[in-house]
Design a protein around this ligand. Structure first.
Ligand code: C2O
Length: 609
């Protein structure tokens, strides 16, 4: 299972140059469309290489030569890192946290009762690199769906007992529940600077770091629970929100006398079917719960089956020196956008500041349900990787990804440094997911009547204050099966946004004649391509004033315009709607919430390898 994709080399451009080009940073140069694809002509090649040369020289002087060397050297690479504060490693290109310099984050100014995000300082002399030998698994931990696991009375008693013990540990213990919650806050809200880039903050959302960070985070959280009750086989439950039987808050979290209970949850969703496309403004319910369930299944099918290339599913590259906005990152993947973000919003308390606990990343780890939610996100990684029909789906094999690391405290409160490259094989990590049906998998919607593609081509930038409909030319109409296997056709929506503390959500449809209204509920139908969703985030100006330099750089300064990108895989979508032979498509962008300051910069189609 830990097979990596071998770097594809079908064109001379598919080199690290091209990988670089697909990161948002390079994309902001608004290249002419033809030059952002792999099939550039000769002149464009030259232009593209020059462009890369320029940007490369600016940010990563060693990138090309070093990378080629490192690909050959493999394992040696990881061994050369030192922790921040030690020798400076000028070769560092993976993004790494400088845990010696945990600082305040925005969480400090709000309803967090003066708490901050910094877990106990990592004692540098005790940090060890993770090895599988040091973390043996006498029993494989089997994660079960919450609604079924709770029927096992012994397991449920263990889960409650372990959680109660974790909550009763003193704050000086890094394994205590609040300290564990801080770990999420620290990594997710930019408490650590990027190693060797002191004015940039590391954030694990919105990029390819999302999946491996959360896998490691749960790995230690689960081991700590097991240790506290002296049951190394103890496994977390997963919130089976992709199955009709799991589409509500699992019962065990609702008992107010249980340590699993959190008062900071939505007041309206205690007993309703979840809306996997949830945003705050639109009506919360369909006519029937069954309709909501069908919508959820259709959404799951799209999010899981459409993206077949890893950076579209997991998220965009994020490397040392890349400056990203904490609320959008370098480009979140399908796994993170929906329904992950929507479930956070749906579960948090909509009536209180920043929708605590689940509705904001800084507070999300304070609710036990977080770990149950993320177990299913993690399971979706394994399902996407191993269980889906059709085209092969691989993990990312870029050395800057493989060699990125995080620090955690383990079940014995020892600090440990873990690498992304060790996160791929869950059974090697000592856990697996029990087999459950995937009812969304064969939920094929009927092919809709062919939509009309109007000739309106919108000129961007354009403010997203009303529905935008624009015609977009495809780089190539009609592709062979092999071409589709090789490259995913991806709709890119580049946008900017200004100061806003609101969540942001907008929906995208292809060739849809329907006259969408922002206030209507998202319609997951064949023409629906996906949504951009981000959680509540903090405005920068007030925070920047409070702690000048630090938060100023975290939030990108008070007035700075932030950039985001939404990538939607459309190869299969176009097949579903009978448009794969057309030369153009019509894209509809529907603002949903928090889009007052969103400006769409560009809408284009590119091929992604
Ligand atoms: Cu780090 Cu679901 O969030």
């Amino acid at each position: 299972m830990s097979t990596f994709s071998s770097p594809t080399t079908h064109t001379p451009l598919n080199t690290p140059f091209l990988q670089k080009l697909s990161s948002h940073k390079k994309r902001t140069h608004s290249l002419p469309c033809a030059c952002r694809k792999v099939t550039c002509n000769k002149d464009n090649d030259v232009e593209q290489l020059q462009l890369n040369q320029n940007t490369r020289n600016k940010s990563t002087p060693l990138s090309l030569d070093r990378r080629n060397v490192l690909i050959g050297l493999g394992g040696l690479y990881g061994a050369t890192f030192t922790l921040g504060g030690g020798a400076v490693n000028t070769l560092a290109e993976p993004i790494l946290p400088d845990v010696t310099a945990c600082t305040l984050t925005d969480a400090q100014w709000d309803g967090s009762a003066g708490d901050h995000c910094c877990p106990p300082k990592f004692p540098e002399d005790r940090i060890k690199d993770f090895s599988f030998e040091d973390y043996p698994n006498p029993v494989t931990r089997v994660r079960r769906p919450a609604h079924l696991a709770m029927l096992d009375a012994e397991w449920l008693a263990d889960y409650k007992k372990a959680t109660a013990l974790m909550k009763s540990l003193p704050m000086t213990d890094p394994r205590s529940f609040m300290q564990q919650a801080r770990v999420h806050c620290a990594y997710c809200d930019g408490a650590y600077p990027v190693l060797n880039h002191p004015d940039q903050r590391l954030v694990v959302h919105g990029s390819w770091l999302f999946a491996p960070f959360h896998r490691w985070y749960l790995y230690f959280f689960e081991r700590i629970l097991g240790k506290l009750i002296d049951k190394p086989g103890f496994a977390l439950p997963y919130w089976n929100w992709d199955h009709p039987d799991g589409m509500r808050i699992p019962e065990m979290f609702k008992d107010i006398d249980s340590p699993l209970y959190d008062p900071n949850r939505s007041t309206e969703h205690q007993n309703t079917v979840i809306d996997l496309s949830f945003n705050f403004k639109t009506p919360r319910d369909f006519d029937s719960e069954d309709e909501q369930i069908q919508q959820n299944l259709l959404l799951m099918r799209k999010q899981m089956l459409y993206p077949t290339k890893p950076t579209v599913f997991f998220g965009s590259p994020y490397r040392s020196g890349d400056e990203v906005d904490p609320s959008t990152g370098s480009g979140p993947g399908a796994l993170e956008l929906s329904p992950h973000n929507n479930i956070h919003m749906w579960t948090g308390n909509e009536t209180i500041y920043s929708h605590q606990d689940m509705g904001s990343f800084w507070s999300a780890g304070r609710d036990s349900i977080f770990y149950c939610h993320h177990a299913n996100v993690d399971r979706m990684w394994t399902v996407w990787r191993n269980d889906l029909p059709g085209r092969s789906r691989l993990d990312i094999n870029d050395p800057d990804y493989l060699n990125a690391y995080f620090l955690f405290y383990d079940e014995n409160a020892n600090p440990v440094r873990v690498y992304v490259k060790d996160s791929f094989d869950t059974e090697k990590l000592g856990y697996k997911y029990d087999q459950q049906d995937l009812p969304w998998l064969f939920k094929t919607p009927p092919r809709p009547a062919k939509g009309t593609v109007t000739d309106t081509i919108v000129t961007f930038p354009k403010q997203l204050d009303s529905v935008i409909k624009t015609k977009v030319m495809r780089p190539k109409k009609s592709r062979t099966k092999e071409e589709k296997e090789e490259q995913e056709e991806v709709l890119f929506i580049d946008f900017e946004f200004g100061m806003s503390q609101q969540p942001i959500k907008f929906d995208v449809y292809v060739n849809d004649d329907y006259d969408h209204k922002p206030e209507e509920k998202t319609q997951v139908k064949p023409q629906f391509a996906g949504s951009f969703t981000s959680l509540t985030h903090r405005g920068g100006s007030m925070v920047a004033k409070a702690v000048k330099g630090i938060a100023g750089s975290l939030l990108g300064g008070s007035n700075k315009v932030k950039k985001g990108v939404l990538k939607l895989a459309i190869t299969k979508l176009l097949e579903d709607i009978g448009a794969s032979e057309d030369e153009a498509i019509q894209v509809t962008i529907v603002p949903k919430i928090g889009t007052e300051t969103v400006v769409i910069k560009n809408v284009s189609i590119e091929f992604v390898s």
